[in-house]
Design a protein around this ligand. Structure first.
Ligand code: AMP
Length: 403
């Protein structure tokens, strides 16, 4: 293998996000997004980044399918001298949402791997088909190039059975592959490792609670670099209050809404995944807007914020107990990296657990990983910007024989 470039592809049902990186220095050469694939109003936004920052280019025209999308991306890259036919390209790394129990590591994709990702569609009906389409399209474009799947679930496959199994009939659970898989694994892996680095320690020496708070949100308990519990479950619906997802509820709410509210299973699915969480509670799912409303005295927004924080605190407490000793709590993703009031409220009153934030440090805005707890605190509170694309690129590069 001579190339040092990795293309990272994140294929959704109607979108493709991509980044091209040079692994010699982890530099981003180009980033972009194709959205609304299959609609009249498709859009491709391509930003060349290196060398020098050229202006972003946009195409606004119908893009029928993923094949057309990827060909358009390839043409944009070629225009910058970064074409997919370049010998510099070492591999393509694909984000794949669900890898089930079997995929514990990034994996070079062959027919058997494709078949297994397909077999997992029943547990990831929204994501895996889109991921597969992206992979197949990329393979058709460059059949000779190694293509690697990096799974959102892989980091969580180390969970003990006591954390991964739901307390339901074992035969039924196994027949339908019902268990806790967890998601955002690439982010939890990256952030827990970065947090250890920030503390000047090896990941094997530290216990970290990672709070990935974006539009989707999840918590994980990481002992010595190994995930021992996480808040998302069979699907990304379980756990924390999210932008549009409810997180934990009594499962009987579902039968109740079906029996008494005359809702179908699909209706409840849409309710809990798309119309709940912050948007269901107050009509907004953007934390900036919610904080603005709270500052203006809006009671509905204040209650939504309190419910969000209450759940977050419960998970911090639960994972503290799971780990026994906690060295750091790391906040990441859109809300975790940017919303100082969320970090402050999440640890407020937890001084007895060694947790506190320093008001001044916490209010500093920065893209750098940093500690925002006071010197005296027993547990470090860290803000660690996540970088899932870099993690996917590094895992892909390592697997195909790069450094
Ligand atoms: P993500 O899914 O990681 O891209 O996070 C997206 C979410 O981050 C948005 O819906 C906002 O709620 C939140 N967010 C982004 N920027 C800020 C900010 N400056 N302050 C507070 N929340 C933010």
């Amino acid at each position: 293998m001579t190339g040092t470039r990795i293309l990272v592809l994140n294929s959704g049902s109607s979108s493709v996000k991509y980044q091209l990186l040079d692994m010699r220095d982890n530099a981003r050469l180009a980033v972009g997004l194709v959205e609304r694939i299959g609609e009249e109003t498709s859009r491709l936004k391509h930003t060349p980044l290196h060398p020098g920052d050229a202006a972003a280019r946009e195409q606004n025209r119908p893009i029928a399918d993923h094949e057309e999308a990827l060909k358009a991306v390839a043409a944009e890259l070629a225009q910058d001298g970064l074409g997919l036919d370049s010998p510099e390209l070492a591999a393509i790394g694909h984000r794949v949402v669900h890898g089930g129990k079997r995929f514990t590591e990034p994996t070079v994709i062959d027919d058997a791997v494709l078949a297994e990702i397909e077999r997992l569609i029943p547990v990831a009906p929204l994501h895996n088909p889109a991921n597969l389409t992206g992979i197949r399209t990329a393979m058709a474009l460059r059949p000779d190039l190694p293509q690697v799947a990096v799974f959102d679930t892989a980091f969580h496959t180390t969970m003990p059975e006591s954390a991964a199994r739901y307390a339901i009939d074992v035969k039924t659970a196994d027949e339908h592959r019902v268990r806790r898989y967890g998601f955002h694994g690439t982010s939890h892996a990256y952030v827990s490792r970065k947090t250890a680095e920030l503390l000047g320690k090896d990941p094997s020496e530290v216990n970290v609670i990672v709070l990935h708070l974006g539009n989707g949100a999840s918590a994980s308990a990481v002992r010595g670099g190994v995930c021992v519990d996480t808040s998302m479950g069979l699907t990304p619906l379980e756990g924390l209050v999210m932008g549009t997802r409810s997180g934990d509820i009594d499962p009987a709410v579902i039968f109740h809404l079906m029996r008494v509210g005359n809702m179908s299973a699909d209706d409840v699915d849409v309710l809990l995944n798309k119309k709940s969480g912050l948007i269901g509670l107050c009509g907004d799912n953007d934390m900036r807007e919610i904080r603005r409303r709270i500052d203006e005295g809006d009671q509905e927004a204040a209650l939504a914020f309190d419910i969000y924080i209450h759940r977050l605190k419960k998970y911090i407490g639960a994972y503290y107990a799971v780990l026994g000793r906690v060295d750091a709590v790391a906040f990441t993703a859109g809300v975790g990296e940017n919303a100082a009031p969320v970090r402050e409220a999440a640890v407020a009153g937890l001084e007895e657990l060694g947790l506190a934030v320093d008001g001044e440090l916490n209010s500093v805005r920065s893209d750098e990983a940093r500690i925002v707890s006071p010197e005296y605190a027993r547990v470090a509170v860290a803000v660690v910007p996540t970088d899932e694309e870099l993690e996917i690129a590094q895992q892909t590069y390592a697997l195909v024989g790069g450094a």
